[in-house]
Design a protein around this ligand. Sequence first.
Ligand code: ADP
Ligand code: ZN
Length: 431
Amino acid sequence: MTEIMSEERLTRDEMASLQLRRLRETLSYAKERVGFYRQLFQEHSMTHEDITSLDQIAGLPFTKKSDLVQNYPYGMCAVDPSEIIRLHASSGTTGKPINTYYTRKDQQDWQKCMERNFRIAGITKDDVCQIAFRYTLFTGAFGHHLGAESCGAMVIPTSAGQTERQIMMMQDLKTTVLHCTPSYALVVAEKLKESGIDPQSLALRLGIHGAEPMSEEMRQHIEEGLGVTALRDYGLTEVGGPGVSMECPSKSGFHINEDYFYPEIIDPNTLEPLPPGEIGELVFTSLQKEAMPLIRYRTRDITHLMYDTCACGRTLVRHGPICGRTDDMLIVGGVNFFPSQLESILLAFSETAPHYALYLRKKGPVDDVSVEVETLPEFWALTDENSSDRLMQRIEGKIKDILGFRIHVRLMSPNSIPRSEGKSKRVFDER
Ligand code: ADP
Ligand code: ZN
C-alpha cells in the first residue's frame, strides 16, 4: 500500500473551502487575462465577487469545445506565448484538433497530478514503467512519462507499436507496469499468446489504461491476457490531458484530482446541475491553471459522481466509468444507446474475443444495424454451422433483451478485425 497524502483525505468541508478559494482566484484571473472570458462575464453581467459558495458555480456560463476551436490558437490563453513551455493537441477523434498549453507551473502541476494518480494505483520507485502510449502531440505518453518518473520508477519510453520489441523489453528489463490504451493492451496480450509466452513468466503486475473506454468485460480480457491488475485513468486534452482522475485498486470509481479540477454533472439537455449519483455530462472548472484556465468546460463525457469515502481511505470524489460521449451516443429506431453497452453484451460471452465493429446503415426508411464480432480461436477451431448459428442467436437475443432492438450479428474468424495501437475505431455510422 502506498501512503495516502493529506490532500487525498480532506473532509468535504475542507475540500470545499479550498475549491471555493481557488475558484474565485481562477475567475478573477480568467476575467483579467482572457478576452473570451471577459466578454462572457460581461454578457452574463457577473463578477467573481458574486461567488460566495460553490453551488453558485451553477450560475456561471459554460465553455464548449467550439469556443476552443473558434479561439484557436492562442485566444483562450491567459499568458503570453513566451510563458508557455509546452503544447499538446487532441487526437481529433471528433473533428478539429485542439491545443492545450502549459506554463512551467502547469507542467509541474501536471506532474503532481500524474504522480498522485500513480501512487493511487500503487506505483513505487521499485516499479519499471513501460510507456506504450504514442509519443506524439497527444498528451497520453508525456503525462504518463512525467508521473512515473516523479514516482521514482524506471521509465522505458517505448511508445506504441513494435510489439515484439515491447515484449522483449518487458522480459529483459522486468517491466512491472504497462501504460497504454486498452486497445493496445489487447494487441500485446495477443502477441504474448501467439508467441507462447506465459504472462505469468513476466514481471508485469499492473496495466494503466486510458484515452478510450474499457468495459469491465474488456478489463477481464486484458487482466487475463497480460497477467495484471488493469486500472483505468482518465483525462482530456482540453484540461491538460491525463491526470484528471485514476482508479485505485478497489476499482470502485476514478478518484478526481478535485483540488485541481472542480467537477460537476449536468443534464446535457437542460444544462441544469444534477444531484450526486445521477448520470449526466461531466463538466470541469480548472482551479490552478495558468496558461489556459477553463470555466465549466463541457467534456461531453457521460458518468456520475460519488462523494462517499472510498474503500482505499481517500475522500477525493470519484466518477464512475465513462459510458461514452454525448457525441458517441447512437440512436436507432428512437432508442438511445452507447457503444460501450453493446461491448459489455458482446464480451460477456465466453466464445467471443474483444474485437468487434458496429455498422449502422440506412435500408430504405429504417436503420440497418449489424455487428461483426470475432470469436476466440478455441471456439472458431471447433465450430460448425450449427454451433455458430446457436451462438449468433444467443448474442442477438441478448442484445434484443437489453437494448430493445435487433442488431444482426456476424461471427468473424480470429484476427479478421483491424487492431489499433492507439484508440480503436469500432463504430461505423454510414447513415
Ligand atoms: P479526442 O479523442 O477528442 O481527440 P483526447 O485525446 O483529449 O481527445 O481524448 C479525451 C477523451 O478520451 C475523453 O474526453 C474521453 O471521451 C476519452 N477517455 C479518456 N480516458 C478515458 C477512459 N478511461 N474511459 C473512457 N473514455 C476515456
Ligand atoms: Zn479509492
